[in-house]
Write a protein that binds this ligand. Sequence first.
Ligand code: GLN
Length: 485
Amino acid sequence: MAEEIYQLSATEISSRLAAGKLTSRAVVEALIARYHQLNKKIGAFTSLDEKDVLDQADASDTRRKTGKVLSPLDGIPVAIKENIAVKGQPLTCSSKMLANLVSPYDAHVVEALKSAGAIIYGRLNMDEFAMGSSTENSAIQKTFNPWDLTCIPGGSSGGSAASLASGLVPLALGSDTGGSIRQPASHCGIVGMKPTYGLVSRFGLVAFASSLDQIGPMARTVADCELLLKVLATPDARDMTCFDSTQRKQLPVAPEKSLRIGIPKGLLGKGVGAEVAAATQAAIDFYKSKGATIVEVDLPSSDLAVPTYYVVATAEASSNLARYDGVRYGHRSANAKTPIEMMTNSRSEGFGPEVKRRILLGTFVLSAGYADAYYVRALRARSKIRAEHLAALEKVDMILSPTVPTPAFKVGEKVSDPLQLYLEDIFTIPANLAGLPAVSVPCGKSGHLPVGFHLVGAPLSEHKLFAAAQLFESAHSFANQQPTL
Ligand code: GLN
């Protein structure tokens, strides 16, 4: 049976465009039709400007006819998470606070995509200000898991993962502070990578926790993810943590026979579901069968990762979100008599409950008398976690684990228990605290729901991680599977 356009990978679309077998307009028209058919059901997109995306497609087709193709991504739609700035488009962060904000400029990654000729295609739902693991914290709408519409898609980049899994778009951008690209990727059966801290500019990404935040690529295949990252990962002086051209040399790819994979000690205990454990073990066995050496690594401080993250991330968030005061932009309360009342009421009305919880926590851990006991200790734990990971990664090429301990849960199941939700990120958070690249790759099912495994590597080992992921993907038929909708 011929594949439908919506099922094609970006790599395949790119080669059909190059061969003259497809036009960008045909791709965009097919995706718009699919959007009308499915988006109400899935809730992945918050907006799509149909005229604008068709105009972009026509411009790409004209470039192609006149021999002025800009890159392999020319004419290919890329959807953008609601916290990444696109000039002239909403930048709500799925919050009531920014409900009417239209971005006056493009993020660095959006500029890079535009220069590559990619089509900036629609905005994707997320947890408010990227705080959450289920996309249930969005003030705009709910997003459902395309594999089971009664389940969450993961979060905070839930719209990104769900749009890919349901064939609404071939490529998407997410952001990842503690797992927000990789956890939804795992729950929706797609590929998602959080790059090394500093590889991709954060200019134009609305800040949550600046020492952890990274923008990253999400796609249905490893090759597509790599293709997208290549365009995003360019120097940018506007983000002072972004590597310059001399600092971004990738580590060489490890040949499969000499690949060394670290498995954290005691890995598959700790609340990992039986089917997730089995799928992870099967991935380990696969690499062994390819000649890789499996080595146990000791990362004792990883147990501290979740509490450390919830101190560091909330501290930074409380400071970053102080700018929403109703004065310069964002929601302004109509019920206030004094300036202070205006600021207080604007924040009380504009932020949702999870964002308020984080601001309160973050303000507390930074407050006089408590900062040493919480924030400073968390920074020490963070240094230890990083040092242990770097030491382990001297001995192995990458560390393998599940991405999430259990598959996607039912919508509403964990809303009243934030601590349960925080545990979703137990395997993903260490890579953020340590600034390391990490990827989630589909590796099987738990019941009818997808699960992924997780690879973490040394700084600038993205290519190495992609090569290992590719090795796995090309040997497994469930990779790039799509749900029936
Ligand atoms: N789930 C984590 C949180 O709620 C991670 C979010 C993220 O990576 N943006 O903070």
